[in-house]
Design a protein around this ligand. Structure first.
Ligand SMILES: [Zn+2]
Length: 366
């Protein structure tokens, strides 16, 4: 088995083509160079919403569909919704299945990208080892590729967003949780089992707060939206004078990272301190990545980036102070550019990247 190959494809490409194609037809199609001008279809499958879009090679969205996921209706209903969304955007864009190069699906992890199986995502209850790629292909008759949402977002920002033209880029999503994806040498780095890029679970404080993963002091437990809210609740509970308590009207459950950011924007010292500390941890985690991978760019997306300099200042400062000098000087830290479209454009980038890989493999074999 090849290591570190983002898409190991020839077997499944043949399998895909074999369905409905026999003998000479299969051969000629396998040798045909993929049409570079074809469009891709991206589907962003989230716990609350499904977004589908027809996307051209420049990342322009030609047609779009949005609907609620409704996971309680069961996986068959969700998949039917995805397929219906795909058909809707093809119809809106005036194309048929043969004009779409590939479908890319960004799904909540964990997934097995190589086999196209959604393993057991926490925000799609009841899903276990669902062969999503096969089910989609059977229905749509378009080659389909699956990627976890964080990796897809990294591919999206790399291909269409802030990371365009870079070779070594780290994508970080700083939101309720912290996730990420690594683009190394121009390709998504998946690791031995496809689990690479779990930036949120770098241990920074072994005796620190508990993390959702069961460990303590993970970056996510110290710097995520959840961590900011937790720290703010602690201070309010202990009677520390802060605007946060007033904004929450004394209700601890009302305290969120957004509310802390609001208090900070109004000059609240405690709120600013909480955010400064959390973002310093983010900087510390990223400084380790800077030392490990020597990236030229770190792209940060997710809800917390709405805090602008409250996030970026401490992160840049800590990287400059902590990482090795040559690496720290080589890296730029910038906000993501794709906004709410990152999921669906990431999914389209998965489809486009996969197609390219297929061709490269094919070329090498000939
Ligand atoms: Zn963790």
């Amino acid at each position: 088995m090849h290591k570190n190959k983002p898409f190991s494809i020839p077997q499944r490409e043949e399998a895909t083509l074999a369905r409905g194609l026999e003998g000479p037809a299969l051969l000629s199609m396998a040798k045909q160079r993929p049409d570079e001008n074809k469009i891709s279809l991206g589907i962003d499958l989230g716990g609350t919403k499904i977004i589908a879009a027809l996307v051209d090679r420049q990342g322009r969205i030609l047609a779009r569909d949005y609907r609620e996921t409704m996971p309680a209706d069961g996986q068959a209903a969700v998949i039917a919704g995805m397929i219906d969304a795909a058909c809707t955007v093809m119809e809106a864009g005036g194309v048929n299945a043969s004009q779409v190069a590939a479908v890319g699906v960004a799904a909540p992890g964990p997934i097995d990208a190589e086999s196209g199986v959604v393993t057991a995502p926490p925000n799609l209850p009841g899903w276990k080892d669902v062969p999503l790629r096969r089910l989609m292909e059977e229905d749509l008759s378009i080659p389909t590729w699956l990627e976890n949402d964080a990796n897809a977002a990294a591919l999206g920002e790399h291909r269409f967003g802030a990371g365009k033209g870079t070779r070594h880029m780290i994508y970080v999503t700083a939101s309720t949780g912290i996730g990420g994806g690594l683009i190394l040498d121009g390709q998504l780095y998946r690791g031995a089992t496809g689990a690479a890029g779990e930036i949120g679970h770098i241990t920074l404080l072994p005796k620190g707060p508990y993390c959702g993963c069961g460990n303590r002091g993970c970056l996510e437990a110290l710097a995520s939206g959840k961590a900011i809210a937790r720290e703010a609740r602690e201070r309010v509970r202990h009677g520390v004078p802060t605007l946060i308590g007033e904004l929450a009207e004394g209700d601890l459950d009302q305290i969120s990272a957004k509310l802390v950011a609001q208090a900070a924007a109004q000059g609240d010292v405690q709120a600013r301190e909480i955010i400064e500390e959390a973002m310093s941890y983010l900087g510390l985690g990223l400084a380790s990545l800077v030392n490990l991978f020597n990236p030229e760019l770190i792209v940060i997306g997710g809800g917390l980036t709405k805090m602008d300099e409250l996030l970026f200042d401490p992160v840049r400062r800590i990287i400059a102070r902590t990482a090795f000098r040559s690496s720290a000087e080589a890296v730029e830290v910038v906000p993501a550019q794709l906004g709410d479209d990152v999921g669906v454009l990431g999914a389209a980038a998965v489809a486009m990247g996969a197609k390219k890989q297929v061709w490269n493999v094919q070329e090498r074999r000939e």
